[in-house]
Design a protein around this ligand. Structure first.
Ligand code: PLP
Length: 398
């Protein structure tokens, strides 16, 4: 008997009723500050390509050269025949860049978190996690038999209570995003580290949105806060500001060696193709050689954030190039996003369950490659569409 698949339609109809059914926007040009999605040229405020590296000539050339020299794929997992000299070179470069003893590259930031967390904490241990941590951290936690305690977002009293309750466990791990991807706020890492040291816990920071953005030459939040040597486990991504694909662990050599034996995505999924690995190495060179990109990113961030605030929009607590425009109701966020798209600006609407009910928003991300003209045009679109939807009533003060 053939199983009928109508159940999937029932599920989809449920999504449609809630107004959260989505179709994927089709990118028809490179991922740049102005790009064509679904046949329309728009100012792109939705990518994580913070520094414009997806199309940097040195990354492209490195990918082409490595493909010609080594081929299109690696043909094996890292632990059998899929560790190329290129992978080893990238890891050496990453460890030097991060000022850590060692680094280990995973296929993505997602597999990094889902792979590392179950190795670091097991039955008899406890993991303490900020309530707004990324889905891949949550999945990593689901894959461990360790006890779990969720602390209130950015609330140090809540973290301290959780640490107090955790003293009976063998190993304690405190985990936080470095930059939170929906609000753009930065973890209170110095306080987290102080508390962890007081209660004998390890600290694990996921710097996906901070890699290439915070710290000297984009080394991340540990560097930004001057906490070298006090955060045991750093995770970063090569997929956002670094313009290619991948995730990495940076920390002590002994944990790297253990991960090579136990981290399941590392063991059971094929390694990066030569093109990706070479592009990642070129990206680190660009971070070191062209720090002006990071300066331009922050200049644009300040300009655009101030512009949105001056319009009277609610931009929340962002401290990074991610700036949300919080409108409340899910449908309103989707209407704002659709209106902006029609006006030539792509900024993704985000609702429940990705963010809390009543906190739906349009999320903007500027890059180093946006021009002032791009940002001014985007601000005009925000003003016009927000007024037409009644999100803004008072006259703007720009
Ligand atoms: C994007 C993101 C990831 C996933 O990284 P990929 O390399 O895209 O898999 C992990 N953690 C956080 C906090 C992120 O924002």
């Amino acid at each position: 008997m053939t199983m009928n698949m109508e159940w999937a339609d029932t599920e989809l109809n449920g999504l449609r009723e809630k107004g959260i059914f989505r179709t994927l926007r089709d990118l028809q040009t490179p991922q740049e500050a102005r790009a064509v999605f679904d046949g329309r040229e728009v100012i792109n405020l939705s990518s994580n390509n913070y520094l414009g590296l997806t199309t940097h000539p040195e990354l492209i050339q490195a990918a082409v050269d490595a493909t010609e020299k080594y081929g299109a794929g690696s043909g094996s997992v890292r632990t059998i025949a899929g560790t190329m000299d290129l992978h080893e070179q990238l890891e050496r470069k990453l460890a030097d860049f991060k000022h850590t003893e060692a680094a280990l590259v995973f296929q993505s930031g997602f597999t990094c978190n889902s792979g590392i967390i179950p190795v670091v904490v097991e039955e008899g241990d406890v993991i303490l996690s900020d309530e707004l941590n990324h889905a891949s951290i949550i999945d990593g936690i689901r894959l461990t038999k360790a006890a779990r305690k969720i602390w209130k977002h950015a609330d140090m009293d809540s973290l301290e209570s959780a640490l107090k309750e955790s003293q009976g466990f063998r190993r304690r791990l405190v985990v936080s995003d470095g930059v939170f991807s929906m609000d753009g706020d930065v973890a209170r890492l110095p306080d987290i580290v102080d508390l962890a040291e007081r209660y004998g816990a390890m600290v694990y920071v996921d710097d996906a949105h901070a890699s290439g953005v915070f710290g000297e030459n984009g080394r991340g939040t540990v560097d930004h806060f001057g906490l070298h040597g006090r955060v045991q486990i750093q995770v970063g991504t090569l997929s956002k500001a670094l313009g290619s694909l991948g995730g990495y662990y940076a920390g002590p050599q002994n944990l790297k060696d253990l991960l090579i034996h136990r981290a399941r995505p590392f063991l059971f999924s094929t390694s990066h193709p030569p093109s990706v690995t070479a592009a990642c190495m070129a990206a680190i060179d660009v971070l070191l050689q062209e720090p002006e990109r990071i300066q331009r990113l922050w200049d644009n961030t300040g300009y655009f954030k101030t512009g949105l605030k001056n319009l009277g929009l609610n931009t929340g607590v962002s401290e990074s190039p991610i700036t949300p425009v919080i409108v409340g109701e899910g449908r309103k966020a989707m209407d704002l996003s659709d209106g902006l798209f029609a006006a030539g600006v792509f900024a993704q609407g985000i609702g429940y369950p990705t963010v809390a009910e009543g906190k739906a928003r349009v999320r903007t991300i500027v890059t180093s490659e946006h021009t002032r003209a791009d940002l001014d045009e985007a601000l005009r679109a925000f003003e016009q569409v927000s007024k037409s939807l009644g999100i803004l009533s008072q006259p703007a003060t720009v």
